[in-house]
Design a protein around this ligand. Structure first.
Ligand code: SAM
Length: 292
């Protein structure tokens, strides 16, 4: 199977317009945080964040297939002693745009830095918000099953009578459980909390994903040959992992140094099809590399 990795240098808001409708199976991205890291890649003010993001999410909605999923990694910052509400406002505005807010996963950062603040503890988690275009979307749950491990040993040996027979929901929803069904199984479905360490040894980008983060969602929401998009590519983690997992991918990055770095990595393992330079909007020179 021929796998294509397409990376673009430029502003996502403009480059996304060149991607065809309904052509992407999974979007996974971590946009720049509000007001942060101004020196490395320009922060957007927290009170302008929603207006900045909406034209981009409008394009993302257009390029995502009806069966596709969008995972947005984001965390609201603290402004004047309280959490800013821009993430919540963004969810509400994206719903008005046509997105369904299907689920929220938590990324528990197992190795967050120790610290002391007068009115809060160290921040050890980020949101991974799942949006879809439809209630029915592709999801390959078996691909992310986890070993039963100690839970099975401890919980199952003390099964109560209720656990042993089907326990119809007390609220009459028809939802039932039969924990003993799991006795003979060695794998269970995971929860919506991902316990992953940040990759502190990634010196190439200050906010890189750990590789197992995009990997988990790529397994869950795509199959071989599908297309993954990261509109804020950074050090290219999503694209590098996609290439390794036999998924086509598209990455967009505004910072030329990061773009060059990712170009070097993806080219080192694959045949370079072409590189083109063209004029694009107010960015003087937009580069685009495709490798197959
Ligand atoms: C949080 S980082 C993404 C890190 C990435 N997940 C990784 O694993 O390396 C956000 C990236 O978005 C880029 N960026 C900021 N504004 C952009 C825009 N309008 N279009 C494209 N890229 C942008 C920044 O230069 C930065 O590298």
């Amino acid at each position: 199977m021929e796998i294509k990795t397409d990376i673009f240098l430029g502003d996502s808001k403009e480059i996304l317009k060149t991607i065809p409708d309904n052509s992407v199976d999974l979007i996974i991205t971590s946009p720049p945080y509000a007001d942060q890291r101004k020196n490395s890649y320009g922060g957007i003010k927290h009170n302008e964040y929603v207006n900045w993001f909406l034209p981009i999410s409008e394009q993302l909605l257009r390029v995502l297939k009806p069966t596709g999923t969008f995972i947005l990694n984001i965390k609201e910052k603290v402004v004047n002693g309280e959490r800013s509400t821009y993430v919540m406002e963004l969810i509400i505005e994206m719903r008005k745009q046509g997105w369904l807010w299907t689920e929220e996963f938590i990324w528990h950062k197992k190795n967050s830095y120790p610290g002391k603040w007068p009115n809060r503890f160290r921040d050890s988690w980020e949101r991974l918000i799942q949006f879809n275009k439809n209630k029915k979307f592709n999801m390959y749950q078996e691909e992310v099953m986890v070993p039963m491990g100690d839970w099975a040993k401890n919980r199952l040996k003390n099964l109560s009578d209720t656990d042993k027979k089907r326990d119809e929901s007390k609220v009459g929803s028809g939802f039932g459980k039969n924990i003993s069904n799991w006795l003979t199984r060695d794998k269970a479905y995971p929860t919506n909390v991902l316990h992953l360490a940040t990759e502190c040894n990634n010196k190439k980008h200050s906010a890189a994903f750990p590789e197992n983060l995009p990997e988990w969602f790529i397994k869950l929401f795509t199959k071989s040959g599908d297309t993954v998009l990261d509109p804020f590519m950074g050090s290219g983690t999503t694209n590098i992992v996609s290439q390794r997992m036999n998924r086509n991918s598209i990455g967009i990055e505004i910072n030329e140094d990061y773009y060059n770095m990712v170009e070097g990595i993806i080219n080192s393992s694959k045949y370079v099809l072409f590189e083109q330079k063209e004029k694009y909007g107010n960015i003087k020179e937009t580069r685009h590399t495709t490798v197959r």
